[in-house]
Design a protein around this ligand. Sequence first.
Ligand SMILES: [Zn+2]
Length: 338
Amino acid sequence: MATAVAAVAVVATTLSVSGGPSADLVPTGAPGTALVEDPQVLVISLDGFNPTALRRLGRSGAPNLWRLFDEGAGTLDARTQVERTITLPNHTSMVTGRRIDRKKGGHGVTWNDDRLTPRTVQKAAGHAVSSLFSRVHASHGSTALYAAKTKFSLWDRSWPTAIDKVVIHAEDDAQVVADARIDLVDDDRALTFVHLGSADKAGHASGWLSPAYLTAVERLDALVGSVLTDADTAPELADLTVIVTADHGGVPGAKAHDAVRRPANFTIPFVVWGSGIDHADLYAINPGYRKPGRKQQPPLTGKQPIRNGNVANLALDLLGYPRVPGSIFGKVTPLEVE
Ligand SMILES: [Zn+2]
């Protein structure tokens, strides 16, 4: 687990380490060496990912996504937010650790388009709202956002100094991943958030779990595989942990996903993979959480299912940084992954 020594700030290609002895400086890329105490977290959100796609495709059709579950700690039975099963509200819960409903302490982002009013998450909430990016930045870690939908510019407006690099390639997952891979290796980000939209796009066009949707998932699998290959081979990524989840699923055959009571809309994957993380069912190693069956379980009382809103504080736990102020998911009952 990370310590204060992990406060690593990178400017261009110059490494500067604060709080640790200079002996901790290990040249990047030197054969057989890894940066000491240099945890990195990569969050990959697969927009509109119904986990049934993995069962349909099997290990031969989606070998890389299955690898995450076979080697990491995961579940195919995590949950979205209770108020909405659409993209921007759920993603904003991932990075704030808050629910959606602003009257109940949520972030207040209820819309799912490029509108500029409210201009920020803070304006939507009516008060200050911190984020995963803000917390990493406050601990001198570097952050990046790579997204395939332009509406994510909301985050750049909301936390303008906390996200060091924002790259949006609208509806181009391949380019998003290509750029993110270069950045991951070259810039030593503590936190990289990648949003990929092609499963959602195929679902809206052809129906969830349709042949076109499954083809999109196969392509996503290959993109995730390219990142895993980097993690396997690049010494810079020796301490990388990958979290993969989704904002929502989708009902087979349907071309929308906004009905909050449909299990196929609110059931999503959640998996954590990387060095030091053993294969496990996340519910089996987290007695403080309850596998929800077919339920969504509103309101947010009692033992909770694992939700996409757990991303923020889990990522911070992995990096050794303090949790997000005002968050609820994983704040009192941290999600354990090892
Ligand atoms: Zn959608």
